[in-house]
Design a protein around this ligand. Sequence first.
Ligand SMILES: [Zn+2]
Length: 531
Amino acid sequence: MAPERLYLFDTTLRDGAQTNGVDFTLGDKLTIAKMLDDLGIDYVEGGYPGANPTDTQLFAEDRKLGATFTAFGMTRRPGRSTSNDPGLAALLEAKADAICFVAKSWDYHVRVALETTPEENLASIRDSVGAAVATGREVLLDCEHFFDGYKANPQFALACAKAAYDQGARWIVLCDTNGGALPHEVETVVSEVIKLIPGDHVGIHAHNDTEQAVANSLAAVRAGARQIQGTLNGLGERCGNANLVSIIPTLKLKPEFSDRFEIGVSDAQLKSLAHVSHTLDEMLNRAPNRHAPYVGESAFATKAGIHASAIMKDPATYEHVSPDHVGNRRKLLVSDQAGKSNVLAELERIGLKVDKDDVRIMRLLDVVKEREAIGYAYEAADASFELLARRVLGEVPNYFDVEKFDVNIEQRDNAVGQRVTVSLAVVKVKVDGETLISAAEGIGPVNALDLALRKDLGKYQGYITGLELTDYRVRILNGGTEAVTRVLIESQDESGERWTTVGVSPNIIDASFQALMDSIVYKLVRSGAPA
Ligand SMILES: [Zn+2]
């Protein structure tokens, strides 16, 4: 039997933007939309044209997406005609492939919040959906508080859904707006709805207030719904929306779903999932949740020595799926409680052959523990870990010495009288007995230092020309004036290989310098540069 198609609808840019402390710029929204498109999401809900300048502009842009870009807004207001409602007009004029209306489906809300009659609410749905269908767009109706509404008055809730379907809405989306529904309730209610509206026209929009948004979404699919709405990393107001980052791998990797359904996300796209999830966090300037299912750094991490030795024999002993499906990786923690077997496994992963009784293993473990105690994070910086391991094993040549560096920051007026802040770095390096001095200006002190350091490394220059700094993250570790700064630098080379290095110091420039040095030396080691 051919698998049935399930559609994914992302509302990170609309519902996710309701999250406390989240404020997307136009640029953010375009970047995230592109990322969702690249991931294989079917629908990207951009926002609320007419409601604020960012969304209005977003819907005026040519976004060049494969996904169905969707505008969100309300049905016509009670007592108005569709032609005499500016909100509706803005929505109908938006450059969108689809229009998603939100409408009340709980009679209590119609009476108390909207202060109108059930009949007028139904008429508003019919008129608005009809007007949008007439523009040739795909139309969705979000039935707000559908599950509560259904419990209170099933006939009315169903009538709202049916009214939109009969007017040609492509999808009737059942919303658990306050997130209070439980999976068995969702399954029961959806089963009733699909007696009236075919399941391939029914969607689920779940909120996470009982931490069951993912479970509720899957329950709706079991009952026959064929569109799932959610957000990246479960972003959304209060406790968030259904987390697509958990739903997608479950649909792809769990046979109950993968045998019956197919989604727009290919196996190759699934491998980018961890990266997508972390990229969003970086954009929001927050630390990724280490314990996030599937994509968290700890999702496939094992600390206890006995588990680590079993995982080395066969990963299936402790893992429900293989981490590489979602672009994550198995991690045997090299940290405090780590046993020798963890270190051995890490060494094996990076291709370092060491006898398990070699005394240098215990020495490496001690160094790692000492350095992690003062702030180094080797779990996040594999390249620095690999260098440390190779150094303890005596394998890293002393390619060059930085005899001194100097970074200056200057604020002044430029030639056209604008106030500018510029950074200048000078680096003195000794390569092969020869002293080389390089200077560079940068947009910031670290940028200047990076440019100066990589400007002239003598005979090693050829190895690092393709090297590029792709990410720079700073965390202040223990607050106050005693704070220590940890810098993580992600680098990339011409072949696309990426690696992360770490530096720790009370001084941010010093911490950055350590991480930069590790990055360059790592590249020389990997390229097999001669000593
Ligand atoms: Zn919502």
